[in-house]
Design a protein around this ligand. Structure first.
Ligand code: IMP
Length: 204
């Protein structure tokens, strides 16, 4: 099965290829560049699924007959902020998409919020659109809470401030292999792999 990633980020295609390799399934991951580039998409639907669907449909139009478009959309949702930054996670501190500024803004916004009200979760939606328009959504969620201040040097984005349920450490302290097992992206990907395995074993 050929998956083309609906993102301008070539690094993401490599990440998904290594997840695909680990699955043991014959999944090939290509970047959008292999299909002439990612068409411009305004991510304005207000939902992870809506944005992912828009990106997947836009790329699907450019793909060869047997190509599947794979889009992902993710973010951090904080209960005390009514779900913010949510779909705006990448641009929380402004249009420049500066992840250091985003993290600093969240630390400052949450400064006076006590431990009992610091629940948060990461979400990731993966959306596949196939050759005949068939679409499948895979939703991954990781519950946890925000720490008082950033800790740890692994990962990216909001990882230093987020401790998943069951752990005292942040994602940035826990490191990649623990994070991949627990994370929203790891869980959404596991659901996609389970679907692909069933489909392939049915000979589709
Ligand atoms: P996107 O889905 O690549 O557009 O990511 C949206 C934004 O959500 C990122 O820029 C990060 O700010 C945040 N985010 C998504 N997943 C993670 C994660 O696993 N760790 C930390 N931040 C994340």
């Amino acid at each position: 099965m050929k998956l083309y990633l609906a993102s301008g980020n070539a690094h993401k295609a490599q990440e998904f290829q290594s997840l695909a390799d680990a699955s043991g399934l014959p999944l090939q991951v290509f970047s959008a560049r292999a299909a002439g580039g990612m068409p411009p998409v305004v991510e304005d639907t207000g939902s992870f699924e809506g944005n992912a669907r828009k990106k997947a449909l836009a790329l699907r139009q450019r793909l060869p007959a047997d190509g599947w478009a794979l889009a992902d959309d993710s973010g951090l949702c904080v209960d005390a902020l009514d779900g913010a930054p949510g779909v705006e996670s990448a641009y929380y501190a402004g249009a420049a998409g500066d992840s250091v500024a985003n993290l600093a803004k969240l630390v400052a916004t949450m400064r006076d919020i006590p431990a009992a009200r610091r629940a948060a979760h990461f979400r990731c939606v993966l959306l596949l659109v196939g050759p005949d328009g068939e679409a499948h959504t895979f939703d991954g969620r990781c519950n946890g809470r925000l720490l008082e201040s950033p800790r740890g040097g692994h990962g990216f984005g909001y990882d230093p401030l987020f401790a998943p349920d069951g752990y005292a450490e942040s994602f940035a302290e826990l490191g990649e292999s623990v994070k991949n097992r627990l994370s929203h992206r790891g869980r959404a990907w596991a659901a996609l792999v389970a679907w692909a395995r069933t489909r392939m074993s049915a000979g589709a």
